[in-house]
Design a binder for this molecule. Structure first.
Ligand SMILES: [Fe+2]
Ligand SMILES: [Fe+2]
Length: 244
């Protein structure tokens, strides 16, 4: 596919090298992926042509990346679980611990900011843990069953929630809420510029929160812009006359 400035952020981000460039410029490809690059870049005072150029250079430097728009959905689900869900399960408890340490030691320096971060992070963590559970137990197995049925030329099996659009809508709402929490954390952390009182633990906390933000943006993008539309399409293509 030839990309241009009218290409949507989600299409561009299908290559993860491109997603990294969009992330560096703060261009929201995860929840606002339908917007054309031109519009989103101009809004941020960026030259869309220059961003596109950067994207093509980044892609040329990493030509071996997987295109998840073409891979079997079961493999995409496995990738999301192994890469992004495992990352969260491993890092959320450690981040809570590190944040609690920083709050305890430095509260007197900036109580409003640190307590605000603590509150926002606790809400984000609780939401994400419930969210992943719902994806792993309910939604992903249904998508895998849909794909298996489609590969055998069978109609998609009926699901308790009527159509897959229902749980997907809930997941997308939760993604928007998580993205808002990340934005709030970034604001509270001063754009992740280190405060002058930052000790080593604070530096590590700032770095790991920024890494969490990057990882979660990519994770949300893979679900919102690739997995969910492809699963919806599968349901649309294989139900029709077969479903009672
Ligand atoms: Fe997920
Ligand atoms: Fe999700």
């Amino acid at each position: 596919m030839t990309s241009g400035v009218r290409t949507s952020l989600a299409e561009l981000a299908a290559a993860s090298a491109a997603a990294r460039v969009l992330e560096q410029h703060g261009l929201d490809y995860w929840c606002q992926g339908g917007r054309p690059l031109e519009e989103a870049a101009r809004e941020k005072g960026l030259d869309p042509g220059a961003v596109l150029q950067e994207i093509s250079e980044a892609q040329a430097a990493s030509a071996d990346e997987r295109d998840w728009r073409e891979a079997p959905l079961s493999q995409l689900i496995e990738h999301i679980r192994k890469t992004h869900h495992e990352y969260l399960k491993r890092n959320l408890p450690a981040l809570s611990q590190r944040l609690a340490e920083v709050v305890e030691v430095h509260r007197a320096r900036d109580a409003a900011r640190l307590e605000g971060m603590s509150e926002v992070f606790a809400g984000l963590r609780a939401e994400l843990e419930g969210h992943m559970q719902k994806e792993e137990v309910i939604l992903f197995p249904v998508i895998a069953r849909y794909e298996q049925a489609a590969s055998q030329g069978l109609p998609v099996p009926p699901v308790a929630f009527g159509t897959i659009a229902n749980p997907i809508r809930v997941m997308e709402r939760e993604h928007s809420s998580a993205a808002e929490a990340l934005k709030r954390l970034r604001e509270l952390a001063g754009g992740y510029c280190l405060p002058d009182w930052a000790c080593e633990t604070t530096q590590a906390l700032w770095r790991s929160l920024e890494e969490l933000e990057r990882d979660l943006h990519l994770h949300i993008h893979l679900e919102n812009n690739i997995l969910f539309p492809r699963a919806t399409d599968l349901e649309g293509r294989t139900c029709g006359p077969f479903r009672g």
